[in-house]
Structures are given as structure tokens and as C-alpha cells.
Design a protein. Structure first.
Length: 561
């Protein structure tokens, strides 16, 4: 007898082959039959009118902390995602010695914009090693996890505070290799790094102090254990990006590993950059390297307020410094005409050197502590014009009148040319990722890439076929990352499935929810058209009933494991 039978669906098996109507039979945590399936089943789902596909795989997330208190990694399942890869940007929660917990927490809060109260209230810190961290989350998982270990964490464990100061010695590199091998044996699928990130003291993260020989040695360890290297390059500068692609290609060929970098972001600030980078990827691929860029499907929607430093202010030193001040001092500064004049001048000369162009006049009032119908949803440029003041003054005055509780929004930044983005996403060498789920949760909703792919680029632009879009989110990712028995609908494969309506699947509006440990809120997006999600053979989510009590997520295995 089958445990679960899915009948009458349009099956997109993840391979890219033409979809066909049929059934999927599941016994335990495995697919056992595909096509025309007969016989009794303990549970049946009628998939008439729905696409039946492998569960989507999200290769760039920061759910490391959230998984400790929320093994569902909400709202990923609501977007059809059944496997997530945390531990990106050189940061994971292990291996970590107790004396470095506050340093890592401060770094996470700076780079990934995680609220301190949630980070502190939600983490029990019962672990030090990578294996212990996985044991801490394993029992409560409702989603599969294919974790990366952060290069910065390897350095910090081996070198202590010196990891933030200098290059490594030969003995230290050898110790890092041994530690990386230990993490891979425990369940890490690879290592993450960064060439761009800075910590809470505006210093380079430890991974950035590594010489190429250190990275080369660690890549040798990855090669010996079948691991992947994922890294954040200087994605805003074409010359630097091409140099990094060449270096990744060299590591790939020398050690037989897959490498991937994210994000590759298109913007009218540097419209030629993506094309230049893809030509270099094409060149290196032709010479035997495995270098896969990751592009997110959606534009960026930002939020900002004046309560804490946020990435929106990263290149506005006066604004950044102001948000760091104690509350009373901050209020005094914001009312000081001399300080306000400096903040206005900074906003006039603003340029965000990461491939994004931002005009604060286009910001709008997004959320208020005490709603004011005369302000909610309105554009700051229009408010400033009415008041006869500078846009910076309008932002400050609105925030002061609301006891700093106002959040401001900047929507639809970058990815402006849909036809261009569609062609890039369809490119066989382009990966889909860089979604950042679990990060920037009070700044913008880092969810919705999967649904947006289908609504905008399959149904809207028709840049990708349904079958290709499914393959991009499933088999292509599983193959690149070497995930065992995932990413395809095949007998013997893990029964991770998503059932969705191809005519209605879309990302929903950004909403604020109060579900973090401690006080505070985060922004999330629901999705429409995702009807059922099954994780390792067990229904985990449905649109009608929401989340089930099932916790059948696993630490995903590598093929080489």
C-alpha cells in the first residue's frame, strides 16, 4: 500500500523534459511510482489543474539562527521551497568557541541585519562544533537543510582574534583544512566565503584576509570531500568581478570542485556589468571550469527607519553614525539644525556603490507606530514639496513625530528591464538564487523568488518554459551542489514535492509579522498558488490548512558523502 498518492497532476519532473499528466506514488520518504499509478493509498491528493514538481531548492539563505527556533524556516515552504542552504557570506553559527559568540552575533546583525533581541532571545548556544549545531536543529526541522560552513568561522576557530588582523601561517592553514574536513564529515555541503562583507566595526570579515594560497588549500579539501565553494564577489565592479571569476575557475579546475558566486545583480547603474561577467563565465566554462553565477528573480524592495543602522545607510556615514547613537542623544542630534544640514548634504550626494541607484524622494511611508492617514503610503518627495523642505528633513520630521517608529519603503530597485532579466535567467549557465531568506528581515522581505519566476518570467514575459523554470529551481541546483536523490521526480528519490497552480502562482504583498523571539517584527511575503508542499513523503504545508505538525526535514546528503 502507498502512503500517499498524488493523482491527475501535470508532472514536471525537474529534468526539463515535456510535462505530462499522471500520478506520483509515495511510500515512506521515497517516490516509488510515477505515471499511471494504481492501487490503494492511505492518503490521496487530487492534483487536477496543478503542476506537480520536485520541491524547490534555495541555494543562498541565512536561516542559520532562525532554524534554531523555527525549523520550518518560515515562510520558505509557502513558496514551494523544501531545501535551504544556510551558512552563506562566510558566516555560519558553527564551529564557534563561546568567547566569540558576541563577536559573531554583532557581525551577523551588521551584515545580515538581524535584530539583536531576536538573535539573543532565540539562540540557546548549546553547541560549539558544526556537528553539535546540526544536532541542535536536526530534531525540529520541517524543511531540508544543506548547510555551508563559513570561511570566517574556520579562521576564527583556528586563529582567534588574529583572524581579523592578518594572513594565516602554514600551520594555521593546515588546521583550517582539518577543521573543514571535520565539518564536511558532519554534514556541511561546502564552504562559503566573501570578498566584500564588513563586520560591525566596519572591518573586513575574517575570510577577506585570506590569501589565495589559503583559499586554494581549502578548495583542495573541498575537492577531496566533494564539497562546493560559494562566495560573494565584488558584484558591483565588472573588472574585479571578472578577476574573481578567473580565480574561482582556477580553483575549480585544480581541485575538481563546483564553485558558485552570488549575487549577480542587474541595475541601470551598471547596465553592461552582467553581460561582461557572463562572457567571462562562458569563457571559463569552455575551458573546463565549473563557475555558476546566481541571479535573483525579483527586484529589491527596501525598508529603513532611524532606530538602527541599516544597509540603506551603508555609504552615508553621517546617517549611519546617527542611527548608532543612544536614543536620547539621537533625538537631540535629529533636532539640531547643524546636524540636519550635514544629513541633507549627504543625501544630496548619495550614491550606493553596489550597482543600485536610489532616490530617497521615491521612498514612501510604509509603517507607522501611530497610523496617520495623511501620511501612510505617500511618497516622501511629494510630502517634502508640500512642506517646502528637503527630503531628508521630511524623513526626519515624520520619524520624530512618530517617536521614531516610522518605517520607510523603497520598492522595485534594480532588475528594471524584464526582457533582459528573462533572457539572463533562461541562460543555461545562470543559476537562480541569492534570495537571502532569513536575512534583512526588518529591512525588506527576502522571499518570493520562486513564485516571481513563474508569474513574471514564465507566465508574463514567457522567457522560460514551465519545464525550464522548474528545472532551474530543482535538478540544476541539486546537480551543482551534489545533493543525493533530490531535485527530480524519480522512483527512489526523496519525496520532496510542490503542487502549484501555474495560472495563479505569484508572490504576495510584503507584510509585517510579529513572530520573532523577543520583541520586534519582520517583513515576509506569502505566496499565492502554492497548494501543497510535501517534505520527505509527508505533507508539510497546504494553502487551505497551513502548516502541519510534521517535522520530516533532514540534513541533506551530498552525493560524495
Amino acid at each position: 500500500m502507498l502512503d500517499l498518492l498524488i493523482r491527475n497532476g501535470l508532472i514536471c519532473d525537474g529534468s526539463g523534459a515535456p510535462a505530462f499528466h499522471g500520478d506520483v506514488g509515495i511510500r515512506g520518504d521515497r517516490i516509488v511510482a510515477l505515471g499511471e499509478v494504481t492501487g490503494p493509498a492511505r492518503e490521496t491528493i487530487d492534483a487536477n489543474g496543478l503542476v506537480v514538481a520536485p520541491g524547490f531548492i534555495d541555494p543562498h539563505t541565512h536561516y542559520d539562527a532562525q532554524l534554531v527556533w523555527d525549523g520550518l524556516a518560515q515562510p520558505s515552504l509557502e513558496h514551494g521551497v523544501t531545501t535551504v542552504m544556510p551558512g552563506n557570506c562566510s558566516l555560519s553559527l558553527a564551529p564557534l568557541r563561546p568567547e566569540h559568540r558576541e563577536l559573531l552575533g554583532a557581525t551577523f546583525r551588521k551584515i545580515e541585519e538581524m535584530p539583536k533581541q531576536a538573535f539573543d532571545a532565540g539562540l540557546s548556544w548549546t553547541w560549539q562544533t558544526f556537528a553539535e549545531y546540526l544536532d541542535a536543529i536536526r530534531g525540529g526541522l520541517g524543511v531540508n537543510v544543506a548547510p555551508l560552513v563559513g570561511h570566517s568561522l574556520l579562521r576564527l576557530w583556528v586563529m582567534g582574534e588574529d583572524a581579523r588582523e592578518r594572513i594565516a601561517t602554514d600551520d594555521e592553514i593546515a588546521a583550517m583544512q582539518a577543521l573543514l574536513a571535520e565539518c564536511l564529515a558532519a554534514g556541511a555541503v561546502g564552504m562559503s566565503g566573501s570578498w566584500v562583507d564588513i563586520d560591525h566595526e566596519n572591518r573586513p570579515v575574517p575570510a577577506r584576509l585570506a590569501e589565495p594560497r589559503e583559499l586554494d588549500a581549502l578548495c583542495a579539501t573541498l575537492g577531496a570531500h566533494g564539497g562546493i565553494l560559494q562566495i560573494v564577489p565584488e558584484f558591483y565592479d565588472a573588472d574585479l568581478l571578472c578577476a574573481r571569476i578567473d580565480l574561482l575557475a582556477d580553483f575549480s579546475r585544480r581541485h575538481g570542485i563546483a564553485t558558485t558566486f552570488s549575487p549577480l545583480f542587474d541595475s541601470n547603474a551598471a547596465p553592461e556589468l552582467v553581460g561582461i561577467a557572463m562572457e567571462r563565465v562562458r569563457l571559463q566554462t569552455a575551458h573546463g571550469a565549473r563557475v555558476t553565477p546566481q541571479m535573483q528573480t525579483r527586484p529589491i524592495d527596501l525598508s529603513f527607519d532611524l532606530t538602527a543602522p541599516m544597509s540603506t545607510f551603508a555609504t552615508l556615514p553621517g546617517w549611519w553614525a546617527m542611527t548608532l547613537l543612544p536614543r536620547d542623544e539621537k533625538l537631540t542630534q535629529l533636532r539640531d539644525p547643524a546636524v540636519r544640514a550635514k544629513l541633507m548634504a549627504e543625501m544630496d550626494d548619495f550614491w550606493m556603490p553596489i550597482g543600485l541607484q536610489i532616490d530617497f524622494a521615491d521612498a514612501y511611508v510604509k509603517r507607522m507606530g501611530q497610523d496617520d492617514p495623511a501620511l501612510m503610503g505617500r511618497r516622501i518627495g511629494d510630502i517634502a514639496a508640500e512642506r517646502g523642505c528637503h527630503i531628508a528633513e521630511a524623513i526626519i520630521d515624520i520619524a520624530l513625530a512618530d517617536d521614531l517608529a516610522t518605517s520607510f519603503g523603497l520598492d522595485g530597485i534594480g532588475h528594471n528591464d524584464s526582457a533582459k532579466i528573462g533572457g539572463l535567467l533562461a541562460d543555461p549557465l545562470m543559476g537562480i538564487g541569492a534570495g537571502d531568506g532569513g536575512a534583512h528581515v526588518t529591512n525588506f522581505a527576502t522571499y518570493g523568488d520562486t513564485a516571481y519566476l513563474f508569474s513574471r518570467y514564465v507566465r508574463g514575459e514567457r522567457a522560460l518554459s514551465l519545464e525550464l523554470a522548474v528545472r532551474k529551481l530543482t535538478h540544476d541546483v541539486a546537480t551543482l551542489w551534489g545533493l543525493r536523490h533530490r531535485g527530480l521526480l524519480r522512483p527512489g528519490y526523496a519525496a520532496d514535492l510542490v503542487l502549484f497552480d501555474p495560472d495563479t502562482v505569484d508572490r504576495g504583498p510584503e507584510i509585517a509579522v510579529d513572530d520573532l523571539p523577543g520583541d520586534g517584527f519582520r517583513y515576509i511575503r506569502r505566496a499565492t498558488g502554492i497548494e501543497h508542499v510535501i517534505v520527505n513523503g509527508t505533507p508539510a504545508y497546504s494553502r487551505e490548512q497551513g502548516y502541519t505538525a510534521a517535522r520530516t526535514g533532514r540534513i541533506a546528503e551530498r552525493v560524495a558523502a
